[in-house]
Design a protein around this ligand. Structure first.
Ligand code: NDP
Ligand code: 8X3
Length: 251
C-alpha cells in the first residue's frame, strides 16, 4: 500500500507542486486549503484514489478537528506531514504595519502549524513517519519590512528543529526546509498587488514551487536511517545583505 502524506496549503504554489510530485512518486496525499475549487481541480487532475481534499481554514481549530475526524480509513495512517500553509502580509516597517496583518501571520504560520502538528504526532510516531516544514530564509536573515513574517518563520525553523530533538528515539524524521524567493502566489498575497508582485520577481529568476517540491520528494524518499535536519535554498540571484549604518550627519 502506498504511503500517505498530509500537505497543508495544497491549493497553490509549493503545496500544490508538492502534491503533484508526491503522487508522481507513488504517495497518496491529503491536500488541504480553503479554496475547495482548487482542491477539486487537484483531485480531477490526479485521481480520487490518490488525493483526498480537506477544505478548512488552518486557524479554525474546530474545523481542523472536524476535517481530521472525517478522514476515511484509507487515508488515516499518515506517514508524512508537510507543514507548508502560510503567508506573509505586508512589507512595511514595524512602525507602520497593520496589527491585523501581524495577527493573521502569527495565527497561520505559528499557531495553526503547532496545533496541527501536535494533533498528528501520535500517528506519525506510531508510523515512524516524517515531518517536513517550510520555514524560510526570512527566519535566518533579517531584511527591512520582514518583522513579524520573519519572526514567524524563525519560529517555524526552530520549532521544527526542536521537534527533531523531542522525537529522539522514535524513528520519526524531521526536516526544516528554508527557501528564499519562490515564484508563487505568495508575493501577491503579501503585497495585495499583481504589479508589486511582478516587480519583486523581476529579473530574479526566482525558484519555482516545483524546485521546492522536488527537494521535498527527494527528502521523503530517503532511506529511514537518514535525516536531513535543515536545508536552505535560494535562487542564484538572491544572497545576503550586509549590515547598514545610519549616519548622524545624513539624518
Ligand atoms: P502560496 O500563496 O502560493 O500558497 C499558500 C498556501 O497556503 C495556499 O495553498 C493557501 O491556501 C494556504 N493557506 C494560507 N492561509 C491559509 C489558511 N488560513 N488556512 C488554510 N490554508 C491556508 O504561497 P507559497 O506556496 O509560496 O507558500 C507556501 C509556504 O512557503 C508558506 O509557508 C511560505 O511562508 C513559505 N515560503 C514561501 C516562499 C516564497 O518565496 N514563495 C519562500 C520561503 C518560504 P488557501 O488560500 O486556499 O487557503
Ligand atoms: C519568503 C522568502 O526571500 O522572499 O519566505 O523573504 S523571501
Amino acid at each position: 500500500m502506498s504511503k500517505i502524506a498530509f500537505v497543508t496549503g495544497a491549493t497553490a504554489g509549493i503545496g500544490r507542486a508538492t502534491v503533484r510530485r508526491l503522487v508522481k512518486d507513488g504517495w497518496r496525499c491529503i491536500a488541504t486549503g480553503r479554496r475547495q475549487e482548487r482542491l477539486d481541480a487537484l483531485v480531477a487532475e490526479l485521481g480520487a484514489d490518490k488525493v483526498l481534499p480537506l477544505c478548512f481554514d488552518v486557524r479554525d481549530t474546530p474545523a481542523m478537528d472536524a476535517a481530521l475526524a472525517s478522514l476515511p480509513a484509507a487515508f488515516r495512517d499518515i506517514d508524512l506531514l508537510v507543514n507548508n500553509a502560510g503567508l506573509a502580509r505586508g512589507l512595511s516597517a514595524a512602525q507602520n504595519a497593520s496589527l491585523d496583518d501581524w495577527q493573521t501571520m502569527i495565527d497561520t504560520n505559528i499557531t495553526a502549524m503547532v496545533v496541527l502538528t501536535r494533533k498528528l504526532l501520535p500517528t506519525l510516531i506510531e508510523r515512524k513517519g516524517a515531518i517536513i516544514a517550510i520555514g524560510s530564509v526570512a527566519g535566518n536573515y533579517i531584511y527591512p519590512g520582514g518583522n513579524v513574517y520573519a519572526g514567524s518563520k524563525a519560529f517555524v525553523n526552530h520549532f521544527t528543529l526542536a521537534l527533531r530533538a523531542d522525537l529522539h528515539g522514535t524513528g520519526v524524521r524531521v526536516t526544516s526546509i528554508e527557501p528564499g524567493m519562490v515564484e508563487t502566489e505568495f508575493t501577491l498575497v503579501r503585497t495585495g498587488s499583481q504589479e508589486a508582485s511582478d516587480n519583486l520577481y523581476r529579473g530574479v529568476n526566482p525558484m519555482t514551487g516545483e524546485d521546492i517540491a522536488d527537494t521535498i520528494g527527494w527528502i521523503a524518499a530517503l532511506p529511514p536511517h537518514l535525516n536531513i535536519n535543515r536545508i536552505e535554498l535560494m535562487p542564484v540571484n538572491q544572497d545576503f545583505a550586509g549590515f547598514r549604518v545610519a549616519r548622524n550627519d545624513e539624518q
